[in-house]
Design a protein around this ligand. Structure first.
Ligand SMILES: Cc1cc2nc3c(=O)[nH]c(=O)nc-3n(C[C@H](O)[C@H](O)[C@H](O)COP(=O)(O)OP(=O)(O)OC[C@H]3O[C@@H](n4cnc5c(N)ncnc54)[C@H](O)[C@@H]3O)c2cc1C
Length: 437
């Protein structure tokens, strides 16, 4: 199908960044279209219904990690409620679950050591080698945090970027982590105004972009095999880093002619991996584990698969989330769904001192999505590697006057890898495009 209509802007990807960019352009009456490969919007925001109707299941993002004015405004406009998440930790040590009352104070001191102003950057693995005085329990926690929270490999993540991401956390009355009552999809629903819904073409994977000074042609290869040709003045790629890197044939976008500057502009970025399993149990048996109730986080040593578990506290629900980030998550992505469940329960058995047989009987259902093998994601979220002194990355990557990149990968330090970062970057790119149109 060929069309002679030329849109002002075509946005590729209907995740947080693409939708945010589209919503803001649409407000200014820009003639646009959004092309999304999947049969749904949201990308790595993937909320599902559950056997407990009031408690959704998140297969992707769960927490709002900063009091971002953009996110708070969206929630306010749409009347969606959110609540403060709780982070008290219980640690498995010598077969027992213990509280470490001074945990945050000690850990904050370690987190303050990486230096964002260093002249020569180095990996966090080299940072640890240089800081021999950091005690073993804090080193282990730091590695667990980098692999778990940043989804990063400590040999690849840069000290400067890590230090930068720890600065300037935006809070609301002292907290900067929240959950949305109805699920993360509610935030994105807040963007679906001004007839944005009508501008989104689902099941439209973009496979090729032909460009020259006179015209830009975007080609989608539809599930039927038919090719759809769309024309635009400006194109925004709001797709994950791994898609830009061409990691999977199904989601690859070929440029004719090639844009040789594109890959070098991504060379400082790495795809992080996460495996996240949602267990729904028959009872909240973990509430008997400790005098400390409600239980929030349960942590095993970081070298065990699924060393981090959490409840939905302060909500008392029979849900436990099992979390693995970093290189071990990538390893787990090559296993079957059942093998991952088995690995997770083996660790939970150690943490809770309950037999595997007991835990298996207690499980009501398990929900997971293997993002590392999903062709339209090929990973969980991005982190920044060691700085290359010869190359200064652009905050708003822009090529040949028509091509823009947006997404969590390009967000400011504290927003990289997050939904609020993707939303904010999409909004900022929209402002840049309005100046260019
Ligand atoms: C398990 C997990 C847990 C997470 N937890 C949190 C959390 O608690 N808090 C938080 O803030 N963040 C979290 N994140 C990260 C957060 O989900 C992402 O940073 C954010 O959703 C990314 O938005 P985006 O718009 O950049 O990309 P995406 O949401 O990935 O959107 C990109 C879109 O592009 C589409 N696409 C890809 N290729 C093509 C193509 N060729 N043609 C057309 N369309 C294409 C994709 O289908 C997708 O819809 C988590 C992520 C994962 C995987």
């Amino acid at each position: 199908m060929k069309s002679s209509h030329c849109f002002d802007v075509v946005i590729v990807g209907a995740g947080a960044s693409g939708l945010s960019c589209a919503a803001h352009l649409l407000k200014q009456n820009v003639d646009l279209m959004v092309l999304e490969a999947r049969p749904r919007i949201g990308g790595r925001v993937f909320t599902q219904g559950s056997p407990h109707p009031s408690i959704p299941i998140e297969l992707g993002a769960e927490f709002i990690h900063a009091a971002s004015p953009l996110v708070l405004d969206l929630l306010k406009k749409t009347g969606h409620d959110f609540y403060d998440a709780q982070f008290e930790q219980l640690f498995l040590k010598n077969g027992k679950l213990i509280e470490q009352k001074d945990f945050w104070d000690r850990f904050e001191k370690v987190l303050a050591l990486p230096d964002s102003e260093r002249k020569t950057d180095r990996s966090m693995a080299d940072f640890l080698k240089a800081h021999k005085a950091i005690p073993k329990d804090m080193r282990d926690l730091l590695i667990g945090y980098i692999e778990g929270f940043q989804a990063a490999d400590i040999n690849l993540i840069g000290e400067k970027a890590f230090a930068e991401s720890e600065k300037d956390k935006r809070d609301l009355n002292g907290n900067n982590d929240f959950r949305i009552v109805g699920g993360y999809c509610d935030v994105l629903q807040g963007l679906m105004q001004n007839s944005l819904k009508k501008k989104i073409a689902l099941e439209h994977p973009v496979t090729q972009i032909n460009w020259n000074k006179k015209q830009i042609e975007i080609i989608c290869t539809l599930p039927s095999g038919r090719r759809r040709h769309i024309h635009a003045k400006q194109v925004v790629l709001a797709v994950p880093l791994a898609v830009l890197q061409g990691q999977h044939k199904k989601s690859q976008i070929e440029f004719k002619p090639e844009i040789p500057e594109l890959l070098p502009a991504l060379s400082h970025l790495h795809v992080g991996h996460v495996q996240r399993l949602v267990f729904i149990f028959k009872t909240r048996f973990w509430e008997n584990l400790s005098e400390k109730n409600p239980v929030c986080f349960l942590r095993a040593p970081h070298n065990m698969y699924f060393s981090t578990w959490w409840t939905l506290s302060p909500l008392r629900a029979p849900y436990l989330i099992a979390w693995q980030g970093g290189p071990m998550a990538q390893e787990l992505s090559n296993m079957s769904d059942n093998a991952r469940i088995e690995k997770a329960l083996q660790t939970l058995s150690k943490i809770t001192n309950r037999s595997l047989a007991f835990l298996k009987k207690e499980v009501s259902s398990v929900h997971q999505h293997n993002w590392s093998k999903d062709p339209y994601a090929m990973g969980a979220y991005t982190y920044t590697g060691i700085e290359n002194q010869d190359y200064k990355p652009k905050t708003y990557p822009h090529f040949h006057g028509f091509l823009w990149l947006t997404g969590e990968a390009f967000a400011k330090a504290d927003g990289q890898g997050t939904v609020h970062g993707a939303l904010e970057h999409g909004f900022e790119i929209a402002q840049k495009i309005l100046q260019a149109l």
